[in-house]
Design a protein around this ligand. Structure first.
Ligand code: UT7
Length: 331
């Protein structure tokens, strides 16, 4: 039997039309364009309109990815939706499957915060390599605007909404997912949270439950910054080692778009020149699971990333979780 590998053959992205600039934010909280730009590199972010949904934005990105792959939604066997902000806590992947009319596909959500897309891509590869599924759609999408405290300047200036998607396909004898590595560290769980809080409610003598909802994002910014700058180069090196590649073999570096200073520090540590580094967080802010496929899609459509190029991606964030995937783009 021929070995089956993974090729990544289509991508797409979508961002809501509403835009909030740094200057707009300075009217909401005590901040300035100068502070946000110099500390993060962000200039503006797109925010979901009141009538939009995560499922619809995801489907929009997915349609583009499926079209670029030269396939139809009906060709999809599996849909993995990486998100922390599903429309429904039971999951939104099946709703996306319905919106796409991808009738053959089984769909599920995967939650790993800002590492979600990378974890989703690696998960997709396992189903493809075992020969279980041929065409797998991986979507990274988040609407963090729903969960940001818009009076907290420490967090509200950072995040934006978006969706990105790729289509992975099984191919004989080649594997374009060249290497990967994934990690979690629950000890540092408190560094970045969108946690549940509730109040106790007695139902009868001896039976008390707790009911509530999720509370806005809290983050120990400096701790997460330090974690990212230390762990991201390590995980990329590990993925390169698994791929039997050297840093010089990387054509493009696409990190989770959280902070331009993190991107620059990681590139510097890995000695990857600035012209190989892809960044678009100035326009979108931190879009969590969407940030890597959003940047990938933009770079491919601009003609920067060409078929055959080696792309190193790394996601990192809440959990804490972090991971890297090195792949060759295209057929
Ligand atoms: O997607 C998940 C991964 N998340 C990340 O990777 C985020 C990682 N962390 C970061 O990117 C950075 O830590 C931040 C951008 C969040 C913050 O930058 P920083 O250079 O670490 O700033 P800081 O938190 O140390 O704050 C410096 C000062 C503080 O004032 P004091 O205490 O020195 O007087 C803050 O209160 O800046 C203040 N500050 C602000 N000032 C104006 C915090 N937020 C703002 C703001 N505007 N929006």
């Amino acid at each position: 039997m021929k070995a089956i590998g993974v090729s990544i053959i289509g991508c797409g992205s979508a961002a809501p039309k509403q835009v909030m600039t740094n200057d707009d934010l300075s009217l909401l909280v005590e901040t300035s364009d100068e502070w946000i730009r110099t500390r993060t590199g962000i200039r503006q972010r797109h925010l979901a309109t009141t009538d939009s949904s995560l499922s619809e934005l995801s489907a929009q990105a997915a349609r583009e990815a499926i079209a670029m792959a030269g396939l139809t939604p009906g060709d999809m066997d599996l849909i993995i939706l990486a998100t922390s902000t599903a429309d429904d806590l039971f999951g939104s992947a099946a709703k996306v499957q319905h919106l796409l009319e991808a009738e053959q596909a089984v769909a599920f959500d995967l939650t790993a915060a800002c590492s979600g897309f990378v974890f989703g891509l690696i998960t997709a590869a396992q189903f493809i390599r075992t020969g279980v599924y041929k065409n797998v759609l991986v979507i990274g999408a988040d609407l963090l605007s729903r969960w940001v405290d818009w009076s907290d300047r420490n967090t509200c200036v950072l995040f934006g909404d978006g969706a990105g998607a790729v289509v992975c396909q099984g191919i004989p004898d080649h594997d374009h997912l060249l290497g990967f590595a994934m990690y979690s560290d629950g000890k540092q769980h408190d560094a970045l949270n969108l946690g549940y809080h509730g109040t106790d409610k007695g139902l009868k003598e001896g039976v008390t439950i707790n009911q509530g909802t999720y509370q806005p994002i809290t983050m120990k910014g400096r701790d997460v910054y330090r974690f990212a700058v230390e762990k991201v180069p390590e995980v990329i090196e590990k993925a390169l080692f698994n791929a039997r590649l050297a840093t010089d073999d990387i054509d493009w570096l696409i990190l989770h778009q959280a902070n331009q200073r993190i991107i620059d520090a990681v590139a510097k540590r890995l000695k990857i020149p600035a012209q190989k580094v892809i960044a678009n967080l100035d326009k979108y802010g931190n879009t969590s699971a969407a940030s890597i496929p959003l940047a990938l899609d933009e770079a491919i459509r601009e003609g920067k990333i060409q078929s055959g190029d080696v792309v190193a991606t790394s996601g990192f964030g809440a959990g804490l979780t972090w991971g890297a995937a090195i792949f060759r783009w295209g057929v």
